[in-house]
Design a protein around this ligand. Structure first.
Ligand code: FES
Ligand SMILES: [Fe+2]
Length: 434
């Protein structure tokens, strides 16, 4: 049972809040690299309730406070120069560290700008996503997870906006039972036509369509355990005495999960607050097989999450595209075949910030229970100035690899061994060294 105070503690992320301070201790996705292309790579962004401007100079990316420290004009409309951004109100110019380097309307010889600094945050690029560090002190090191170390050709990044608090968005990924229901398709498709789509291929070591496995074996046995990077979940669906389907999924603390997409690809998905009542998911698709067909995957996803803001075509306003005839005949939700829209409905329909005081959790929610415990523990550690889970130094980060995210069918009774071997085999066969 979650109290109202605890729900507030876990969900509110503005400056100075306990969860806001904790999450600022980690690198956070701020934009896709794709968004900073074109002839004016400047973009207004909102992250953790802060209004910021992200831009690219000749040599690097810069994220800084959106309002000019002179008299507050909007720097998202500033003039981009090779080595900085110039406010279009009185021409003050800021460099990549947020230092004011020119105040051209001031008298000759003025030293005013020596005292002016705006808020600016470090930005790095990883696998098609720009990550920013909004916290105090030194940023942590990146672990050697597959999604960060795979060569560019083997990853693809995309994002989408959900109009709700970040925590309920993350929690959908820690809930393995919903895939048999929310994402149920009444008919299977030819797996050969499943490229780039979730819950449409076949699991490893099987010819059964995954849509059939989820549909027909809908009462999974869920096992959860704490790991050094967060959590691992094993979701077992017993086909018969001989065979069992397993899905191994993970939480990368604090805000990402790693799940299998099919036999070859995994999805690492971050849930990043825009503010208390909105968030973006950022997904990195990582292939252990052939290089990723980025163009196809991007075109598929832009249909429901179009540029420039990657806001979905369906929302609360149109009932997420609900169609009663489709619900009777084709899908469990009646909300189309894009599973991201199903998940969006599940999160957004809980309200802007889910009221967890009214929940009645079941057995399959055990992953969510463990995650909340880890989150509250990390918030408390951070408040006591102790190092929270996954705030890593370089040495520790170099030791964290994987994690295994497997969707396969193996021998009933030897599932633990099966998924470890399936992961090792996939790595051994991959076109890059993982
Ligand atoms: S408000 Fe930006 S230079 Fe004056
Ligand atoms: Fe889902």
């Amino acid at each position: 049972m979650i109290s109202a105070e605890q729900n507030e503690l876990m969900t509110r992320i503005g400056p100075g809040t306990p969860a806001g301070k904790l999450l600022r201790r980690y690198w956070q996705p701020v934009a896709l690299v794709d968004e900073l292309q074109g002839d004016r790579p400047v973009k207004a962004v909102r992250l953790f309730g802060e209004s910021l401007v992200l831009y690219r100079t000749k040599s690097h990316y810069v994220l800084m406070q959106r309002h000019c420290p002179h008299r507050g004009a909007d720097l998202a409309y500033g003039r981009l120069e090779p080595d900085g951004l110039r406010c279009s109100f009185h021409g003050w110019k800021f460099d990549g560290q947020g230092r004011c380097v020119e105040t051209p309307a001031e008298p000759e010889g003025s030293r005013l700008c020596e005292h002016i600094r705006t808020v600016s945050y470090p930005v790095v690029e990883k696998s098609g996503i720009l990550f920013a560090y909004l916290g105090v002190g030194e940023p942590p090191a990146f672990p050697r997870f597959d999604c960060f170390i795979a060569p560019d050709a083997y990853t693809f990044a995309f994002k989408g906006y959900w109009d709700c608090n970040w925590l309920q968005a993350l929690e959908v990924g820690i809930d393995p039972a919903h895939a048999s229901w929310l994402h149920k398709f009444f008919e299977d498709e030819d797996p050969a036509a499943s490229y780039g789509r979730q819950f449409r291929g076949t699991p490893s070591d099987s010819a059964l369509p995954i849509s059939k496995v989820l549909r027909e074996y809908d009462r999974p046995d869920v096992r959860v355990e704490k790991t050094e990077f967060g959590m691992r979940l094993q979701t077992l669906r017993r086909i018969d005495d001989r065979e069992t389907h397993v899905r191994v999924t993970n939480v990368l603390f604090p805000q990402a999960f790693v799940i299998p997409m099919n036999a070859e690809m995994t999805i690492t998905q971050f849930h990043v607050p825009v503010d208390d009542t909105g968030c973006y998911w950022y997904a990195i698709f990582t292939s252990f097989g052939a290089p990723v067909d980025k163009q196809t995957m991007r075109a598929q996803r832009l249909k429901t999450y179009p540029e420039p803001d990657y806001r979905p075509v369906h929302s609360r306003k149109d009932g997420w595209g609900f169609d009663a005839a489709e619900q009777r005949a084709k899908t469990f939700t009646g909300m189309g075949f894009d599973i991201n829209i199903h998940d969006q409905f599940a999160c957004e329909s809980q309200g802007p910030i889910a009221d967890r005081t009214k929940e009645n959790l079941g057995t399959t929610d055990k992953g969510i229970v463990l995650y909340r415990r880890l989150l509250v523990d990390a918030i408390q550690r951070n408040e006591r100035n102790e190092t929270p889970l996954m705030v890593l130094d370089a040495e520790r980060a170099a030791q964290l690899t994987g994690p295994a995210a497997i969707d396969g069918i193996g021998p009933s009774g030897a599932m633990d061994q099966y998924w470890k071997e399936a992961d090792a085999l996939r790595r051994a066969r991959s076109g890059w060294k993982s």
